[in-house]
Unconditional design. Structure first.
Length: 261
């Protein structure tokens, strides 16, 4: 990725035996706290802060700074810059072998933002069988070996999926089915169906709608068989779930009702 060069030219800055400290804006997102002191030689420091630039995605800045006397009292001093930390100090010293430095200095800065190369990720290697990967997910026909504990820690979805005790609340089941349907994960729907058939305490009318809506045929047949009396049929008709059933599901309910009459 090409990055625009950052160029900064300071105004003349006074130097003396008294420490000087000033904060400069080099560019948008890049500031510098400049300090100088003149004793045995002249000592300079620049504390660069590019935390805001870091947020734009760059990984560092490199370039050069030239310190010089506007009156030409000393040879221009080049200073290499390589900013890897978002807050980083750069130092320079004019040695004491000059008779006179003058009272003013300037410095010019030229920096190029850079981006580190993105390491290629081998997904086959990442999701291959290993001691750490203890679970297999089937995604678009491909087997992915993953770590159950890691996924459970970082995702409520997988925590619910891998927990056999979490299928008895509407909220958990609804979320699992919604996510599985959205991302096309029929194996997850199959797991939920198994638990709803064998372990769930969710109301029958609610499970009937889930089975119809998310394509769980065995659960649908079970919930329809659970409608074992006229009273239960009336309760289903009065429930909000009944209105959301498909035409095919209502036809099966009617067949079951005819058996009860």
């Amino acid at each position: 990725m090409n990055a625009k060069e950052i160029i900064y030219k300071s105004q003349p800055i006074s130097i003396s035996s008294q420490a000087r400290n000033s904060t400069l804006t080099i560019s948008k997102g890049l500031t510098c706290n400049f300090k100088s002191r003149k004793d045995s030689g002249v000592k300079f420091s620049w504390e660069f802060n590019w935390e805001e630039l870091k947020k734009t995605g760059i990984d560092g800045l490199s370039g050069e700074m030239t310190v010089y006397s506007p009156q030409g009292y000393f040879e221009p001093l080049p200073v290499a810059i390589d900013l890897k930390d978002t807050v980083q100090l750069v130092y320079a010293i004019l040695p004491p072998n000059y008779d006179y430095y003058g009272d003013w200095i300037n410095f010019d800065i030229s920096l190029i933002p850079y981006y580190l190369p993105i390491k290629d990720v081998s997904y086959e290697e990442m999701f291959s069988p290993s001691e750490k990967n203890d679970t297999i997910l089937l995604v678009e026909g491909k087997k992915m070996h993953v770590n159950r504990a890691f996924l459970s820690y970082h995702s409520d979805f997988f925590r619910g999926l891998f927990s056999s005790t979490s299928f008895d609340t509407n909220k958990t089941v609804d979320k699992l089915l919604e996510m599985a349907d959205r991302f096309g994960a029929p194996s997850v729907i199959g797991i939920v169906e198994y638990h709803l058939i064998n372990n769930s305490r969710i109301k029958n009318e609610r499970m009937m709608w889930m089975a119809d809506n998310y394509g769980m045929p065995e659960l649908l047949e079970k919930t329809i068989r659970e409608m074992s009396s006229i009273e239960k049929a009336k309760a289903l008709k009065a429930s909000p779930e009944y209105k959301k059933l498909s035409f095919e599901a209502k036809a099966k309910v009617l067949d079951r009702l005819m058996e009860l009459i």
